[in-house]
Design a protein around this ligand. Structure first.
Ligand SMILES: Nc1ncnc2c1ncn2[C@@H]1O[C@H](COP(=O)(O)OP(=O)(O)O)[C@@H](O)[C@H]1O
Ligand SMILES: [Mg+2]
Length: 258
């Protein structure tokens, strides 16, 4: 491996297209190739990446953010205490450190009211954290809102996942458009077709060209993925010749990550 730059990769797309699955398979391909220093961020409020990876997570960043917000509202914090240091400390405590990767689950912040201060600090903390890793891999939420948040400022590669449906393509197109409007400099934007028949690959290429993104290829429907999810088995233990994993491994190579 000659890659020395630090990369932040975000996986986006319509709900149900396979963002979490693709993120898990990318992680698996990176681990198999011996990539060290990987941070995985579950940025979907309807978090399920830990389950898919077979990791138990007790507390989320949202939980500690809520704690901090409550403490501020109640005036429990001494004014001299740095909120950033405190949040940084709390985020480090919810960071799950595993032998082959670290996992941060964002979760959700509760209630209305302004979280601006906390969110700004949080962004800084996550930005700082990701600088410690060779690769930060983020499983994004289904909506498009996250793209306009500063949290995604440092995204290098955006991977848009679509299934072979009009809705999936339309969402992909909207995400691409939005990516051009927000203040994030994406170095590259890719399109992945998930649950495609191999003969539909042309369709993905055609569509990628239409919306102006790089086609990465298609991932077939994989019985193993279906079965592992049904049984609650970690996708990290899929057989290495499982069709979806083999397809994603090729994509990871194509992006130059391994
Ligand atoms: N290539 C695939 N083969 C078989 N099942 C898949 C594949 N990709 C996704 N799935 C299934 O489709 C459902 C939605 O996938 P998921 O990754 O959770 O989507 P998202 O994160 O975009 O909402 C899950 O039940 C998952 O197991
Ligand atoms: Mg998901």
């Amino acid at each position: 491996m000659s890659r020395s730059e630090k990369l932040v990769i975000a996986v986006a797309g319509k709900g149900g297209t396979g963002k979490t699955t693709i993120a898990a398979l990318i992680l698996r391909a990176l681990i198999d190739a011996g990539v060290k220093s990987i941070l995985v961020v579950d940025a979907d409020p309807d978090s399920n990446l830990p389950d898919v990876l077979g990791v138990k997570v007790e507390k989320t960043v949202g939980d500690v953010t809520n704690e901090l917000k409550r403490a501020i509202d109640k005036g429990e914090l001494p004014p001299t205490l740095s909120k950033k240091d405190l949040l940084e400390y709390k985020v480090f405590k919810v960071l799950k450190e595993l032998p082959t990767f670290d996992l941060l689950v964002m979760g959700r912040t509760e209630g209305e009211g302004c979280y601006c201060m906390v969110n700004d600090v949080l962004t800084e903390v996550v930005d700082t954290l990701s600088k410690n890793y060779a690769i930060t891999l983020m499983d994004m939420e289904a909506g498009l809102e996250h793209l306009s948040r500063r949290t995604d400022r440092d995204v290098d590669y955006l991977i848009i996942v679509t299934d072979p449906s009009k809705m999936g393509f339309q969402t992909a197109s909207r995400i691409k458009k939005l990516a051009g409007e927000v203040h994030i400099q994406f170095k590259r934007i890719f399109l992945v077709g998930n649950k495609f028949f191999p003969q539909q690959e042309e369709l993905l290429y055609k569509y990628a060209e239409e919306i102006g993104v790089e086609p990465l290829g298609v991932v077939p429907y994989d019985e193993n993925v279906f079965r592992y999810n049904l049984e609650g088995t970690s996708l990290l233990s899929l057989p290495s010749d499982s069709p979806a994993l083999m397809a994603v491994r090729e994509m990871v190579k194509k992006m130059g990550l391994i």
